[in-house]
Design a protein around this ligand. Structure first.
Ligand code: ADP
Length: 351
């Protein structure tokens, strides 16, 4: 490091520089008075030594130690008694460069913490905004129908039943939203333990298919297991929660799927430890720009269509939560006009 590098000057180099400057000036003055090189050299040596010692001591005592005090304060805010002893007795041996490096590190760490807090704050704000928006739509719809009915439509036999049915649909939507929100906050609190058991994954998929047979039939959609993956595979997981995952994926596949389409679930043994489960459809697909955000709360690929279909925008967020609570991963592959495949891993079970 250059002595003249003022940005990073150390107490030692500052003292050295000052001692040289004063020493040379003194020696020059003495030389012009005495014309004796010997005396000038002695003056140079003595001045240099005295100035260097005094300057270095002063810098150390009044600046360097004060900086250290700040440094200790920074670290002691969270220090235990033992650590305090360590800082008191070990730290003074550190150089000013080390001290400043440590303080820089501390500042960077604090900056990082602040950034995380700001991101969380942003996330919270967005969540509240989205939530207000999601609640507003069905509430306004119900309010509109009820007001119209009270305003006289109740006596109009042609529309009264239709308006009441629409109001009831709005209320159903609100109930679904509140249910899904409850589910997500339960999962996020981390207080709900996983009740793991060993079961055949294909049997669970068939149960879900059974529950959705009517809805699938209405759109002439077939629900099946992929050929060659029917052989029973044991998994070890929370059966009820994994059922919820499959329900959400199959429900979406039917909801967004085309009429006369098909939903196919495949189960694969990846290795001795893991099983891969995939629910595929031949529906409209999801364009690439939406794929990275599809598991976020309230994110919808096609807003108007998804709303019209009546989703809460929380189904895939719940899927992700449940799968990750199992220490597993979930992914999506999709191509517009071809279809979508949602897959997740599970632990293999032993009989
Ligand atoms: P929603 O309640 O809106 O269905 P989800 O979290 O379940 O919320 O899904 C998020 C969005 O992902 C949906 O709004 C839809 O745009 C898209 N999506 C999910 N599954 C499919 C699918 N199988 N095919 C096409 N789009 C899908």
């Amino acid at each position: 490091m250059s002595v003249l590098n003022t940005k990073n000057v150390s107490p030692r180099s500052l003292s050295l520089l000052t001692a040289i400057a004063v020493g040379v000036a003194n020696a020059a003055m003495v030389f012009f008075i005495t014309f004796s090189a010997r005396i000038s050299l002695i003056v140079l040596g003595v001045t240099f030594a005295v100035i260097y010692a005094v300057y270095y001591y002063t810098l150390q005592r009044f600046i360097y130690r004060k900086i250290k005090l700040i440094y200790k304060f920074i670290y002691q805010t969270k220090a235990t008694k033992r650590e305090e002893y360590f800082y008191e007795n070990v730290l003074p041996q550190k150089s000013i460069d080390e001290v400043s490096k440590d303080v820089e590190q501390w500042a960077a760490q604090k900056r990082n913490e602040i950034e995380i807090l700001q991101a969380n704050e942003q996330f919270r704000k967005e969540f509240l905004m989205n939530l207000a928006h999601e609640l507003r739509t069905p509430i306004f719809s119900v309010q509109g129908y009820v007001d119209t009915l009270l305003g006289g439509a109740i006596d109009d036999a042609e529309v009264n039943k239709k308006f009441l049915t629409n109001a009831s649909k709005g209320i159903d939507r609100l109930v679904r939203l509140v249910d899904d929100l409850g589910e997500i906050s339960k999962l996020e609190s981390g207080r709900i333990p996983l009740i793991q058991e060993t079961f055949v994954i294909q049997d669970l998929i068939k149960d879900v298919y059974e529950e959705f047979s009517l809805k699938a039939h209405e759109k002439f959609i077939t629900l099946s297991l992929k050929k060659g993956t029917e052989r029973p595979i044991l998994v070890h997981a929370d059966k009820q929660k994994i059922k919820q995952v499959i329900v959400n994926l199959v429900e979406n596949a039917i909801k967004y799927g085309n009429e006369n389409g098909s939903v196919i679930a495949g189960c694969y043994e990846m290795d001795e430890k893991n099983v891969y489960v995939e629910v595929s459809d031949d529906g409209p697909g999801i364009s690439e720009e939406h794929l990275p955000r599809i598991f976020e709360r309230f994110y919808r690929a096609d807003r108007s269509r998804a709303r019209a279909i009546g989703g809460t925008g929380l189904g895939l967020a719940i899927v992700k939560h449940i799968v990750e609570a199992h220490g597993q991963t979930v992914n999506v592959r999709s191509k517009v006009g071809v279809g979508s495949s949602f897959g997740f891993t599970l632990d293999r079970g032993t009989a």
